[in-house]
Design a protein around this ligand. Structure first.
Ligand code: CP
Length: 343
């Protein structure tokens, strides 16, 4: 692979990258992290501009992109959704409150070097895939790279940080048991993006992946199919179980978090009452010290924010095996690696 192969690429899902490309992004991220620790300048994107359009709230994503661009010598603009015309698809425009995505993308592309977007949940009418469709519409019209900062299907930047922290803590990931598990939450609104991207990310590295969730909380069949094929290609394994204790046995990395009960046909919106009932029937899917004792001294991952007392106990969140802060910190380094290569 030529060093410039990634320049100009959109980053919407890791499914559109191959193993060598994902490894290159992560190698660059580890390298830039070492430079950051040593205090060495690494202004690889001097005078470059990233536009960030957030429909949904954020702590980690916004600040890691903004700080990352500053450290690389560039600048990130935060576009307040209420202060710009809402980007719209043809036929979905409203006079003087929306602007067609083709116009927004082409205008911003004349002024900077990358456009990053976050959109999911109520902003998509809870129709699975609509957020991803809007991001792809930006990509269709923009001549500068589009970065997915989380849509209703994928959170690929989070997946880079997830793999990165596992590499730091576990070394070579081949054959290591990684559990992506559903967990109970008082909110039924968390998208499928994180678990889907986490299993996709792990599938490039030969991991022994277990996906655990109660029946009715299935992930997108397209993602499951990709993960199965990718582990076959990369020497790993993938299975689905419906019991949290069974999943945790012998794991060396566990990543339990809530995701919504979301039909993935793209037509049926989420039914909040049905989702709530399913969630309440599964309140016991909480990560406790006793559950962690079933593992092989596993590290505990969470993308954050986590619902303490629902998804996980304080004892585990703040315990010796928790890597959540380093995982969050790696958002900065992973995205710097990504931006240095694609912008
Ligand atoms: N994990 C994550 O994306 O965090 P934010 O919602 O704070 O950006």
């Amino acid at each position: 692979m030529a060093a410039t192969d990634l320049r100009g690429r959109d980053f919407i899902t890791l499914m559109e990258f191959d193993r060598e490309e994902v490894e290159t992004i992560l190698d660059t991220a580890h390298d830039l992290k070492r430079k950051w620790i040593r205090g060495e300048p690494h202004r690889l994107l001097e005078d470059k501009t990233l536009f960030m359009l957030f429909y949904n709230r954020s702590l980690r994503t916004r600040n890691s992109f903004e700080a990352g661009m500053t450290q690389l010598g560039g600048h990130a603009h935060f576009l307040e959704p209420d202060a710009v015309y809402t980007p719209a698809l043809p036929g979905e425009e409203k006079a003087y409150s929306t602007e067609r995505i083709s116009d927004v993308a082409r205008v911003l592309a004349e002024m900077g070097h990358g456009i990053a977007i976050r959109i999911y949940g109520k902003h998509t009418g809870w129709r699975y895939g609509k957020g991803n469709l809007l991001i792809r519409e930006f990509a269709r019209w923009s001549r500068i790279p589009i970065i997915n900062m989380e849509d209703d299907m994928y959170h690929p930047c989070q997946a880079l940080a997830d793999v990165m922290v596992m590499q730091e803590k576990l070394g070579d990931l081949r054959g290591k048991k990684f559990v992506m598990s559903w967990a109970y939450s008082g909110s039924v609104e968390k998208p499928l993006a994180v678990p889907q991207s986490a299993i996709i990310g792990a599938s490039f590295f030969g991991m022994d992946i277990t996906l655990a969730h109660p029946k009715g909380l299935d992930l997108d069949p397209k993602v499951l199919e990709f993960t199965k094929k990718n582990v076959t290609k990369n020497g790993g394994a993938f299975k689905i179980v419906h019991d949290m204790d069974e999943a945790f046995k012998d794991a060396v990395a566990v990543y339990p978090k809530a995701w919504t009960a979301q039909p993935t046909d793209g037509k049926t919106p989420m039914d909040p009452d049905k989702a709530k009932a399913l969630f309440e029937a599964n309140r016991h899917w909480i990560t406790t010290k006793e559950k962690m004792e079933l593992t092989n001294d596993a590290i505990y991952l969470h993308c954050l924010p986590a619902d303490r007392g629902m998804e996980v106990t304080d004892e585990v969140m703040d315990g010796p095996n928790s890597v959540i802060i380093e995982q969050a910190a790696n958002r900065l380094h992973a995205q710097k690696g990504l931006m240095a290569l694609i912008l």
